[in-house]
Design a binder for this molecule. Structure first.
Ligand code: ADP
Ligand code: GLC
Length: 506
């Protein structure tokens, strides 16, 4: 984002509080498949603390526990889709963390299913319709309830139509004509590419089915449309904001992002230390702090017991908590695991789900290396906290990682990240300097099994041969502060830029 934008403010410039609406497909603790849900919960709370009026719209999936989250019916909305269809939806409300108002959109046809995006057999075939409805419902709810945001903040392809609707839908008549939009790209590897027959339902004129807007090799690309229409675009780390301008990092969208270069910003995600802090974490057996790590060793033994590993404090544990998706590079770990087991005195624990081949491998590995490798295939929040607390190292060999949250959680728990230097992993982890003991983790650059193998070997030898550096690294990692406050301030600059950009729109 150019320097001018933060200086050029309209009537909503300066310090005046903003009204902001988040439109998201997942938000913790209601529904979560990955880091987007964590961000969608924590950033609104941080913005609220800075004095802004923030609300959230998301789907009311069947998997959401209405009683547990105090979700109450709150009327209905009639959503007009492009093909003339009128879809009535139920609107429910809840208070996230007791503070942030959330509207949950109930639509049995689209959200009344066990999964969020998919089920065991694969992705829902009508996802484009489902999230087009969510995006339009968000606008309708604002209109009906006379909550006119200064900024609507869309996230990933699922709500990328929000900026599109704001610019193309009843623009003159709509009370939302002054609402600016920001689109955050959390994962450019998923763009929402569907058959063009979705276009009439979305209801954006055929004139927008062009190579610079929606068209993608004859199909419709929702993220691409959002990139064209959003007033400002962000992604979730400064390094990734550079990567997406390159052919590989842009996953086909680099030219479209280059065309918006002045409106693209990278802001590192933060950590919600209310939930991820070993001093207060109620999901781990014993709490601990940087001053007194005794509890960490109890957590380590609890982790070993939980996964049937040999309970010994003299062996380093490498933890993994991850979606088992190609992006995460865990095929590299799969490839080097036999060599690690053969050559190194180390244990490995994996919690994850996703790709069936990877699931099968990590389900099998504990039987091949009894007492040394443990795994749980599935999604289990409580266990993820135990792994953060009980491990010595945390492995993230991602091929690309827009931000990544677990490396930042790990540092707070005194668990040193072993990461490939990409995206937010590069920005948040400082490589170990063997001469001085400086650093917060271990980095490698090449996305190859050898690079991962030698970096894990480096971590193991540091553990065994330089214990004083291990202590120093732990202390340095635990002292890192990635709280949301600073990132929220940077989002406010982006919101103000978007408002200014929107005022220029013809
Ligand atoms: P991504 O969003 O690409 O999956 P992030 O590192 O940003 O990656 O966030 C992942 C989030 O999902 C973290 O909060 C992590 O702890 C959580 N997570 C991933 N897989 C699991 C799992 N199997 N069980 C519990 N939590 C998981
Ligand atoms: C995405 C990215 C991850 C990021 C998360 C939250 O899923 O893969 O790197 O941390 O979104 O922004």
């Amino acid at each position: 984002m150019p320097a001018k934008s933060s200086a050029v403010h309209d009537s909503k410039g300066g310090e005046s509080p903003l009204k902001i609406l988040f439109v998201v497909s997942e938000c913790a603790p209601y529904a979560k498949t990955g880091g987007l849900a964590d961000v969608a919960a924590a950033l609104p709370a941080a913005l609220q603390k800075l004095g802004h009026d923030v609300r959230i719209v998301m789907p009311l999936y069947d998997c959401i526990d209405r009683n547990r989250h105090g979700i109450r019916p709150d009327g209905a909305a009639c959503v007009h889709m492009g093909n003339g269809e009128e879809q009535w939806v139920g609107v429910h409300n809840s208070l996230l963390g007791g503070k942030t108002p959330v509207w949950l959109v109930e639509c049995h046809r689209f959200f009344g299913r066990p999964g969020i995006y998919d089920e065991l057999w694969g992705e829902y075939g009508d996802n484009a319709f489902r999230y087009a409805l969510l995006s339009k419902a968000a606008l309708q709810i604002c209109k009906d309830r006379k909550f006119i945001p200064d900024v609507m903040h869309a996230h990933d392809w699922q709500s990328a139509l929000v900026p599109v609707f704001l610019k193309t839908w009843d623009r003159i008549l709509s009370p939302l004509s002054d609402t600016a939009s920001v689109l955050t790209i959390h994962n450019i590897g998923h763009q929402g590419v569907y058959h063009s027959s979705v276009f009439p339902y979305i209801g954006v004129g055929d004139e927008h089915f062009t190579q610079v807007k929606f068209e993608d090799h004859g199909k419709i690309n929702l993220l691409k449309g959002g990139i064209f229409f959003a007033d400002a675009i962000t992604t979730v780390s400064p390094t990734h904001a550079r990567e997406i301008f390159e052919p590989i990092g842009g996953h086909g969208l680099a030219p479209r992002l280059q065309a918006r270069r002045d409106d693209v910003t990278g802001i590192l995600n933060g950590v919600c230390y209310d939930r991820w802090n070993p001093e207060t974490d109620s999901l781990i057996p014993v709490k601990y702090s940087a001053k007194n790590l005794a509890g960490k060793w109890v957590c380590k033994m609890a982790l070993q017991e939980r996964f049937g590993l040999e309970t010994r404090l003299d062996t380093p544990i490498f933890g993994v908590v991850s979606r088992l998706a190609p992006q995460k590079g865990l095929h590299l770990l799969k490839e080097v695991l036999p060599r690690i087991m053969d050559q190194m005195n180390a244990q490995v624990v994996v919690l994850g789900s996703g790709d069936s081949g990877m699931e099968d491998f990590f389900r099998w590995a504990p039987s091949a290396y009894p007492g040394r490798v443990g795994s749980f295939i599935g999604f289990w929040e409580d266990l993820s906290h135990l792994i953060e607390a009980g491990s010595d190292f945390f492995v993230m060999p991602s091929l690309y990682e827009p931000c990544g949250l677990n490396q930042m959680y790990s540092m707070k728990y005194g668990t040193l990240p072993v990461v490939r230097a990409t995206g937010g992993l590069n920005d948040s982890v400082q490589n170990y300097d063997e001469a001085t003991g400086a650093g917060t983790g271990f980095k490698f650059w090449d996305p190859t099994p050898d690079a991962l193998y030698y970096t894990i070997g480096w971590a193991v030898s540091t553990w065994h041969d330089r214990p004083q550096h291990m202590s120093q690294l732990r202390q340095q990692a635990m002292a890192q502060d990635y709280s949301w406050r600073d990132s929220a301030q940077r989002y406010l600059d982006v919101y103000r830029h978007a408002i200014w950009r929107h005022s220029q729109w013809r």
